[in-house]
Design a protein around this ligand. Structure first.
Ligand code: NAP
Length: 459
């Protein structure tokens, strides 16, 4: 039999295996569309890996990696400012610990459910592996909405949340961080509650802490800066750059603000950003000081930007932000914010690169549109891995009881992002999909975890 036929046979067998495990995932996790979507994206790219290394099939790696090691779901009772009892639901999914303690953020948003937390936790396994740091994958959160709540309400909720979560985490077990709706304020309250319960100062229990009590410099900036560093590498390979380009960034939270900051430092003009109510367009380039004050200090809506900058415009149709012509699009808000129609609009308007600062912001169909139109496409698990990478650097500093300077951490982050890019490019090429960073990042992230799983036995 010719080598080509053998190769075709192995690919067919690998595809059959992947489809069979995917069917089990769907059956075992009914009605969890976001989790299915994340699993499908990764599974499909792994076919060439199983064809080349049947040992992974023989050892049931896919069956094991797609089933969380543990899922914790719990009641979070708290009392609001009117004295009324409120109840939310808390989650922590401890997905995979073969590379290190579970690591991943906590999301507080009304849309949070088991499907969202599982999709995020599953992605986190591969993202964390890509960073090259010793961290496993996990994620958590609650359907609590911090928007419109007083500081006192947020504190009472987070204390109740941590009272239960504290039973399952630890500096060598599971180290949560922030995500949507969980920033410095929420991390501070949770750290205080954990310290009170445990009766000791365990800095390594959470990352994203304030720099005054064990946080790392450059952690706040890390995801946004890392997003831009990664896209810069993609552009460089094609002789392009941020300098002189027009950029659209969705969202106006932690990731968006620092993506805007770094892109602007590199000479780009960022003309639009958004929140869950709508988007602003400023043809002169967004004034970041205004956005930072509105969002980080005053916790206001992005619509207020146009009061101070009347030449800018506001639209309450947030999803239409992708109609704005740009060279580079950085979706940094939430999952599935770019569908196939938005992707086609971006392509028609000449977008050259898309970098996913948020987790899974593009639907599977949107990704296809970008790839088929030769748009440089950076997938979330590679592009936004800078946040968790610096979280791991925060853990390292906590263990050593010392602090690196902003410049030291930023330089390490920059190197990590370059490495992730290089490793993803190399894996895509090795497995027959040159230039496809979706495939490359999935394979580079997967093989390291799979090898660790093989070494550690069936547990
Ligand atoms: P954040 O500070 O809470 O900001 C989220 C931004 O997205 C806000 O502007 C928010 O608007 C907007 N948004 C949230 N849900 C939305 C929805 N359903 N529709 C439209 N806009 C929505 O959160 P973040 O930390 O920047 O996280 C943003 C994304 O990056 C998430 O996908 C997160 O998982 C991912 N990520 C974050 C980190 C990190 O280090 N923070 C690391 C890796 C990945 P409102 O204020 O109106 O809600």
């Amino acid at each position: 039999m010719s080598t080509t036929l053998v190769k075709q046979d192995s690919l067919l067998e690998a595809k059959k295996y992947v489809n069979k495990v995917y069917e089990t995932v769907i059956k075992r996790n009914p009605n969890e569309s976001e989790f299915h979507q994340a699993v499908k994206e990764i599974f499909d790219s792994l076919v060439p890996v199983f064809a080349k290394h049947p040992k992974y099939m023989e050892n049931g790696i896919l069956e094991r990696i797609s089933e969380p090691e543990r899922i914790i779901s719990f009641r979070v009772p708290w009392v609001d400012d009117q004295g009324k009892v409120q109840v939310n639901r808390g989650f922590r999914v401890q997905f995979n610990s073969n590379l290190g303690p579970y690591k991943g953020g906590l999301r507080f948003h009304p849309s949070v459910n088991a499907s969202i937390i599982k999709f995020l936790g599953f992605e986190q396994i591969f993202k964390n592996s890509l960073t090259g740091q010793p961290i496993g994958g996990g994620k958590g959160g609650s359907d609590f909405d911090p928007k419109g709540k007083s500081d006192g309400e947020v504190m009472r909720f987070t204390q109740s949340f941590m009272t239960e979560l504290s039973k399952y985490i630890g500096p060598d077990v599971d180290v949560p961080a922030g995500d949507i709706g969980v920033g410095a304020r929420e991390i501070g309250f949770m750290f205080g509650q954990y310290k009170k319960i445990r009766g000791g100062f365990e800095a390594g229990i959470l990352t994203g802490k304030g720099v005054g009590y064990g946080g790392s410099l450059a952690r706040t900036e890390a995801t946004g800066y890392g997003t831009v560093y990664f896209v810069e590498e993609m552009l460089k390979d094609k002789g392009l750059g941020f300098n002189g380009s027009t950029v659209v960034v969705s969202g106006s939270g932690n990731v968006s603000i620092y993506a805007i900051e770094k892109a602007t430092q590199l000479g780009a003009k960022v003309v639009a950003c958004s929140d869950s109510n709508g988007y602003i367009y400023d043809e002169n380039g967004i004034n970041l000081d205004t956005v930072k004050r509105l969002k980080e200090v005053e916790r206001k809506r992005i619509s207020e930007y146009v009061i101070e900058h009347p030449h800018a415009t506001y639209s309450d149709k947030g999803f239409e932000i992708w109609q704005i012509p740009c060279d580079i699009a950085l979706p940094c808000a939430t999952q599935n914010e770019i569908d196939a129609v938005s992707a086609q609009l971006l392509v028609a308007n000449g977008v050259k690169a898309v970098g996913e600062g948020a987790n899974m912001p593009s639907s599977l169909e949107a990704i296809d549109v970008f790839l088929h139109n030769n748009v440089l496409f950076g997938p979330a698990k590679a592009v936004n891995a800078g946040g968790v990478a610096v979280s791991a650097l925060e853990m390292a500093q906590n263990s050593m009881r010392l602090s690196w300077t902003f410049e030291e951490v930023d330089a390490k982050l920059h190197e990590i992002m370059k490495d992730i890019y290089r490793n993803s490019v190399a894996a895509a090429k090795e497995y027959g999909h040159p230039g496809n960073l979706v495939v490359g990042a999935n394979i580079a992230g997967f093989t390291k975890v799979a090898d660790a799983m093989m070494t550690q036995g069936i547990v």
